[in-house]
Ligand binder design. Structure first.
Ligand code: KG4
Ligand code: ZN
Length: 336
């Protein structure tokens, strides 16, 4: 059995985790950067500086929580892309320096692959072939995995990502950031059929997503109604917004699944925490007799445990990075 010390700093959460090769998580500490709240979104330079301020302290705290020392660690892993370049660089530089100084191998992980591996923490034997719906603040991708290193992105967003759509609409509704969680909570007591917002790219063989028309429809709806009416029906509007986004995610995923005889679906990324998405995906999958998996809620959002989990297969395959490793911000799921 091996233990991985993992770092995640791609956006506004500094996270350090220790995970073993049975996917047991010894520590998964996340320091969320509340200072961005004053600006209504993540300020990249501020994120980098806060990572720098936090990373040593969180590393020490993670080792202490796990009651382990550097001698117990077999490899250091870090997410290197995609993300904010300055933020990623803090994690990558720190992981490189640490791996060198403790004499342990370094493993580079793509953040989106990390989200997929968050599923392994609860389902340790979960392996391809499967279809992955990866839905986060920056990505919405349908990925057909035949094997670990044989996959094709068969659908992607043409404009906003699903999480971005949640966040932007939440902003229009005055709910604050991050919007997905707030809409999810409000929608619990709302009527999802209250407003029928449009769904884009409805052809059954089109697996791409688009949320910009939907976003405009929400803006128009809000402009056409009195503030008092909006306030009174806030939870109905939130439920209708959530229904539109989730319906599009579930319909596209199920269309691909049925057209390509897929028998296993996994969902990953921050939006996989959405309670309505979980419910709808499970009932649709049950209807078509397809297996569906989600990460445990605590591993849906950005965290280093998923980066450690993704490093385990790489460790066995000896896919180690050299100390010339660099971060890069290019979007998309790739092996690194
Ligand atoms: O994966 P993630 O933590 O960061 C990125 O890699 O982007 O995803 C963050 C996104 C945000 O857009 C947030 O609003 C969304 O995930 N999110 C949710 C929920 N929890 C987080 N969206 C809908 N419902 C939720 N419960
Ligand atoms: Zn993420």
């Amino acid at each position: 059995m091996i233990k991985i010390l993992a770092f995640e700093s791609s956006c506004d959460d500094t996270s350090v985790a220790i995970v073993d090769s049975n996917y047991k998580v010894y520590a998964n500490l996340i320091s969320s950067q509340l200072s961005h709240d004053d600006f209504g979104g993540v300020v990249p330079e501020l994120a980098s500086r806060l990572h720098l301020k936090n990373i040593v302290r969180i590393t020490c705290a993670a080792l202490k929580k796990a009651q382990l020392s550097f001698d117990d660690i077999d490899a250091v892993s870090v997410s290197i892309n995609p993300g904010l370049i300055g933020a990623l660089l803090v994690g990558v530089s720190f992981a490189k320096g640490l791996a060198y100084s403790i004499g342990k191998p370094l493993i580079a992980v793509n953040h989106m692959i990390g989200h997929i591996y968050a599923n392994r923490i609860s389902h340790s034997n979960l392996k391809p072939p499967y279809l992955a719906l990866v839905v986060s603040g920056g990505h919405t991708e349908l990925v057909d995995f035949k094997a670990y290193n044989d996959f094709e992105i068969v659908g992607r967003t043409k404009d906003d990502a699903a999480g971005e759509a949640f966040d932007k609409v939440a902003k229009l509704l005055g709910l604050g950031y991050p919007g997905g969680v707030k809409i999810d909570a409000l929608a619990q007591k709302g009527d999802p059929e209250f407003v029928k917002f449009p769904r884009a790219l409805k052809r059954k063989d089109n697996y791409d997503f688009s949320f910009s028309g939907f976003k405009t429809a929400v803006r128009n709806y809000l402009e056409q109604h009195e503030p008092e009416f909006i306030r009174e029906h806030m939870s109905d509007i939130a439920a209708s917004v959530q229904q539109a986004i989730v319906d599009s995610l579930v319909t596209k995923t199920m269309n691909y699944t049925r057209n390509n005889r897929i028998d296993k679906i996994i969902v990953a990324g921050g939006v996989s925490a959405n309670s309505f998405l979980r419910k709808e995906m499970m009932s649709s999958a049950a209807k078509w007799k397809v297996e569906v998996y989600f990460p445990a809620t605590e591993y849906c959002m950005d965290n280093a445990a998923m980066i450690g989990a993704a490093a385990i297969d790489k460790f066995w395959r000896k896919e180690f990075a050299s100390l010339t490793l660099n971060a890069f911000s290019t979007k998309g799921l790739r092996l690194v």
